[in-house]
Structure formats: structure tokens, C-alpha cells
Design a protein around this ligand. Sequence first.
Ligand code: CP
Length: 318
Amino acid sequence: MLKRFFSAADVPDVQLLIDKAISYKHSPFADNTLGKQKTIGLVFFNPSLRTRLSSQKAAQNLGMNVMLVNAGTESWKMEFEDGAIMNGTTVEHIKEGAAVLGEYCDIIAVRSFASLTDREQDYREEIILKTEQYSGRPLISLESATRHPLQSLADMMTIREIIKKANPRITLSWAPHPKALPQAVANSFLEWAQRYGAEITITHPPGYELSEEFTSGIRPEYNQQTAFENADIVYAKNWSSYENYGASLAHNENWIITKKKMDATNNASLLHCLPVRRNVEIADDALDNVNSRVIQQAGNRVWAAQAVIGDILTELGK
Ligand code: CP
């Protein structure tokens, strides 16, 4: 059973958790009293559509009370630094803020993106780990600086639904974006795909190498066309540079995913975590194609979240 949900390392058996998510997809209300008289707090330091609504729906399917706060805009500006002299813009320290959330909630779920300005600080994951520490409650990551585990669980579930054979050939492809984005989705996808069991190819322009903590020595294929050959799944995502931390390097617009590129695969399905910039990251002709499974993937966010929350509730009930 899950005690927390921050990375793939917290999950004893990835396939069993996918089984559970698929089971909830077939029977959404099978455990509709499991969370009776329990409260989940969903804390968002950054915007969201899918994560917010899928987590809310999942918790409600389990009979939970749901409290949601947009911490970036609707609550006090939080301080995370130990020993800070709070005479500036921060109003509440995480020591009190998280402890108060712990008084109100049985499970705390937090979204907090990378700053993309200080790599060491981002990769220390202080915001989410201090929230866990000071709340004293089981923590669910709704996307942290380095990982997006609920997305990755839904991704693996979707891959299981699409590809029945073991060890599918998955290509993670960098795609262009006008803004510098965190590495969290790509990091997390790699972490989970390795646990799932897959033949993984990573393709991106030079300069976008991800941390070896997540690539585990998989060498990038810098030729996108070569990387697409024989792929069963193409997972498209933008990320900024890890080495030149947070930088978005110029002149890679030709990395856009198109139908023509998808046609060179093994009839691959196209996945993307969404939101997607149409005709920048992925062309209309690929996104509107029958092989695009991005809506199925987003729909599976509910069942992934329900499996995670359900497992933690079961552990709490012991
Ligand atoms: N994929 C994803 O996490 O979407 P949101 O940012 O809308 O939650």
C-alpha cells in the first residue's frame, strides 16, 4: 500500500497500481465509502485544469470531502526558507502553513512547479518535502519541481490500454514551445517507463539532455526521424535545458510533431500530457489524427488519482 506519492520509488508494484486504476475506470464507485469522513486538501501554487479536476473527481468518487486552495493567489504568500527574517513579501512560513493544513486534512496534495532559476534548489524539492514534513500527513504530489507522478501513472495506464505486448518501444520526443518549461513531466515519464518495462528512446536537440538521475544512462538520439522509426508510442513534450538550467535554446521549430513524422513510426499512438500548443509543439494533422490518444490519456488522470488516493486511504484505515 502507498504511504505517500511523490515518485515511482514510493510505489511497491507499478503494474498492480495500474490494475487498480483500470478497475476504477470500470467501477468508479466501487469504494465510494472508503473516504467517508476523510478530507483531502488540494493545494495549488500553480495553474491547472486536468490535475485539479481529476483529483477532485477521484476523491469524490471515494466519498471524501475535498478542500481546494489556490495558494499562489488566494492564500498568504508562503515562506519556505529556514531561519528567514520575514520582513519582505512572504507572510506565512511553511512550518505553520503546512501544520495548519495538517489540522484540517487527512491527506495533503500539492502542486509546485520548478522555479527554473536555481537548479539545486529545485531538485532539492523543498516546497513539497517541507509541506509533507510539517503537515504530518500523507502527501500526494500534484506535480513538483522534478516529477509529475499522477501524470506518469495515467501515461503508463494509457500505454497498457493501447499496447498489449511487453516492453513497448516508446520514443520520448522533445517538441518546441515558446516558453521555457520544467523538466518534471519528461523526468517522471522516464522514471515510470523504466519501472513499467519499455524500450525507451529519447530524442531532443543537443543541449536538452535530462538529468542522469532520470535517463539512467540512456543516450539521446539527436536525429528525431531515426528515433521515430519503429516506435509504438511517441510521447511529445517540451522541456528546458537542465545543463544550462531553465534555458530555452533557439531555432528548433522543425522539431514540431507532424503526421508525416508519425507516419514513419510503427503506426505509433501519440501522447502528450496537455495543455498542448497546437501547431507549435504538435501540428493539427497529428493531434486531430486517430492515432492521437491525448484525450484518453487525460481521461485516465481520474482513475490514476483514484487508485493513488484509494491506496493511501486504505493504508490510513489500518
Ligand atoms: N497535464 C497536466 O498536469 O495538466 P494541468 O496542468 O492542466 O493540470
